[in-house]
Structure formats: C-alpha cells, structure tokens
Design a protein around this ligand. Structure first.
Ligand code: NAD
Ligand code: MG
Length: 408
C-alpha cells in the first residue's frame, strides 16, 4: 500500500498561506482566479514563473506576494525594475529559490503547477516540508513516485490531486481509502480521456500534424506540453501511472475509456456493480477549488452543468494503434523501477522536438519506445537515481531524435 493517510489529515485550514509554483501557467492562473474570489481565505506568500516576467509582474501587483521567483538573474533584475514601487516583494531566482518558497515555514499550502521534470525539486520540497500539496505537476509522480510518496508520508504532508481525473477519483472514493482500495470494495478505477483533437482523424494525416493543431484541444484549455500529450494520449498514460501512486493500485486495476464530451472526469467501479463518478464542465477551477477548500466547498466561477444542453454522453475503448503512447505508459508502469522516469524524460524530449518542428507528431511514440528499449528498468533507490535516469534517458532520446532527422 503506497498511499498516505492524506484525506483524513486534510482538515479545514482557516486562512491558508499559499505558494503558487508556475503561477503564470494555465493551472497557476486558474488557481489565482479562484483565490481572487476568496481573499478572506487565502494569502499569497510566493508566485513563481520561468521567463514570463511581464505576466508575473502583473500578478504581483494584484496579489502582493512576499516573494516572487523567476528563472535567472536577468529576469530577476527586470522584475525588480517593474516592481520598484512595491518594495516589500523579495525577488529570487533559480531552482533553489523555488524549493525555498515551497518549503518556507509561513506557507501552509503549495500549488505545484510547474510543467514537466523541472517541477520535481520544488514539488518534493513542499512534500518534505509537510505542506498541503496541491499536485498538478504529474511528471513529478511519474518520475519519482516512490521517493515522492515516501517523502509525503515521512513529513505527514497532505496530497490533494489537481489533475481532473485524480481529483474526480478522490471525490468518488470513501474516506479511509488510503488503507487500501480493496478494503473499500473498489474493483477498478476508470480514467476518462477526451481522445484529443485527432481521435477521428485519418491515421495517415497524423504525420502532417502541426503544433498549433496538436495544441487545439477540443474541450480543455491547457499549456502546450500537456496539450501535445493529450493529443498523443501520453497524458492519459502519465495519468495511469499517477493514479497507481496516489491510490496504491496496480496497472491491471486502472482502465481508460474515451469519453469525448469530458463531462465525466473519472469513475470508481465497486465490487457490487455500483460506479461512482464526478461530473462537471471541463474547467480546471473545479478540481482546484475542491483541493483549495477541502474538506469544504468553495464557489469557483464554474458555470452549472447543463445536462439537457449536452444531451448525450458517449464512450469508446481507446485505439492503441492510433495512440501507442498509452500502451507504452502501461508497459512502463508494469516494468516499474526506472521505466516510468525513462518514459517521461523521453517523452519530454520528443514533445519539445515536435513543438520546435524537429519531429513529426506520429514519431513521438517511436522516440519513447526506442529509449525504453535501450534502458531496461532498474530499481530506483533514491532521488539521485531518479535524476540519473532522467539524464540518461534524455541523452538517449536526443540520439534517437538525431537518427530520426537523418532518416527523414
Ligand atoms: P503551462 O505551460 O501553462 O505553465 C507552466 C508553468 O510552469 C508556467 O508558469 C511556467 O513559467 C512555469 N515553468 C515552466 N518551465 C519552468 C522551469 N524550468 N522552471 C520553473 N518554472 C517553469 O502548463 P500547465 O498547463 O499549467 O500545466 C502545469 C502542470 O499541470 C503540468 O504538469 C500539467 O501536466 C499539469 N496539469 C495541467 C492541466 C491543465 O489543464 N493545464 C490539467 C491537469 C494537469
Ligand atoms: Mg488530466
């Protein structure tokens, strides 16, 4: 059993002091939208961004955090200039500063919404410091599930899932699920997937897909990396691995079903045949508000679900020929050890290459597969092992990308 006793510990906190990691991103901005609706409940301690200095400056003016973090000294200087009339904001930069604001003693709650492996250090720092960790950065769990869950347990931290599927599962499970899903009569977890923009596109057209087409998700508005992952269904694969860590279940008990309307955000199938689900409009402010307020409820700005207008909910099994990344993620989860970290790193390299115009969309899976083949799963003992796997997988994926370009 890998899960922590999280929900029980997540009692209501009167006034929460927040660090928002990745504040300028899609999840960061949705978080701040919810926070702005409830100024009596939330204070912002720190906001972080990578290079988006203008956007961060704007957010600092609105939320007046104690600290702001950017990627390097140049950006820090620029931000300081833009905020020179607001002297109380301390401006920091670099990965260590991210960890510092995630673990600061004043902070009760950390929204971990940096994208990709770069979010691992600060997400883990929040877990180690025993914070309420609102986890959007799924890549941290995919890479370092064991290390991350152990850190949460050791520090008595609280994990509240932000990914809409995991948040829906959390809402559809009974209190006490952390003692084992079998004990709660759970047969399986059913993750829904929209199928992305290419669910019905002719298979041969996938070779010509552009980044703009891949980022145009039919239902959700998201950052570019997760949008590409949704189009390839690697996102669902990463989520299967994420679910296995959060809920302590094996791959065999996690099913994926395509549900193009994205109204049912995921489901729990019980032994007696009952299926519990969470439904809503596809708007990340719902899971964010749920996690911010848990165990209470907050107004989030999300419109009521109009079932009559939606009229029909549909489902289909995922087509693994169209979506080989999903199959690769299941295989990596079953292989265990370093395989999910390898899968994640190779995918990040392949997606970056696709977004830069260096790789065809329909070749993302081959880069990941070749990297996995060259790096058989090994046991991961520590964070250092995770980071070494990440580095090695990126180097091998880069080699595979060069071969791919030569062959093209
Ligand atoms: P995004 O690209 O919109 O935002 C990413 C944020 O991280 C930005 O603030 C950016 O400045 C910051 N960032 C990027 N690289 C960084 C680096 N190297 N160091 C420090 N900061 C860096 O991404 P997003 O869509 O908001 O997704 C964030 C995370 O949430 C991802 O892990 C994603 O899988 C997960 N998630 C997103 C959604 C969604 O609807 N957007 C849903 C579920 C889960
Ligand atoms: Mg999701």
């Amino acid at each position: 059993m890998v899960c922590t006793s999280l929900p029980e510990r997540a009692t209501a906190v009167e006034k929460q002091v927040l660090t928002v990691l990745g504040a300028t991103g899609s999840i960061g901005l949705s978080t701040l939208d919810v926070v702005a609706r409830h100024p009596e409940r939330y204070t912002i301690f720190a906001l972080t961004a990578f290079r988006q200095v203008d956007k961060l400056a704007e957010l600092c003016r609105q939320f007046l955090p104690r600290c702001a973090v950017v990627c390097g000294p140049e950006q820090a200087k620029l931000l300081a200039e833009k905020l020179s009339d607001l002297p109380r904001i301390e401006i920091l930069h670099g990965p260590q500063a991210l960890e510092q604001v995630a673990a600061a003693s004043e902070v009760t709650t950390v929204m971990a919404a940096i994208v990709g492996a770069e979010g691992l250090g600060s997400s883990l720092a929040a877990a180690r410091a025993g914070k309420r960790v609102l986890l959007a950065n799924k890549e941290a769990l995919v890479m370092a599930g064991e290390v991350f869950m152990s850190a949460l347990r050791a520090a008595g931290a609280v994990l509240l899932p932000i990914d809409s599927e995991h948040n829906a599962l959390f809402q559809s499970l009974p209190a006490g699920f952390e003692y084992g899903l079998k004990h709660c009569g759970v047969r399986k977890l059913i993750l829904t997937a929209s199928g992305g923009p290419f669910r019905t596109a002719p298979l041969e057209s996938l070779a010509m897909v552009t980044p703009a087409q891949a980022c145009a998700h039919p239902n959700w508005s998201m950052g570019r990396k997760i949008s590409v992952d949704s189009a390839s269904m690697m996102n669902k694969g990463l989520e299967v691995i994420e679910a296995s860590w959060i809920f302590g279940v094996s791959a065999e008990r996690i099913e994926v079903v395509i549900h193009p309307e994205s109204v049912i955000h995921s489901m729990v199938q019980y032994e007696d045949g009952a299926v519990l689900a969470e439904l809503g409009n596809p708007d990340m402010r719902t899971p964010i508000a749920h996690a911010l307020a848990y165990p209470q409820r907050l107004e989030s700005g999300v419109a009521n679900l109009d079932l009559a207008a939606i009229a029909r909910l549909s489902f289909e099994a995922p087509d693994l020929e169209r979506f080989p990344c999903l199959q690769l993620a299941y295989e990596a989860l079953k292989a265990g050890g370093s395989a999910p970290a390898t899968l994640n790193a190779a995918n990040e390299e392949a997606v970056a290459a696709f977004l830069d115009g260096r790789l065809r969309f329909d070749r993302i899976a081959s880069i990941v597969e070749r990297t996995l083949t060259r790096m058989p799963a090994q046991a991961l003992q520590s964070l250092e092992d995770v980071l070494a796997t990440d580095r090695q997988a990126r180097a091998l994926a880069s080699e595979a990308l060069i071969l791919e370009q030569k062959a093209a």
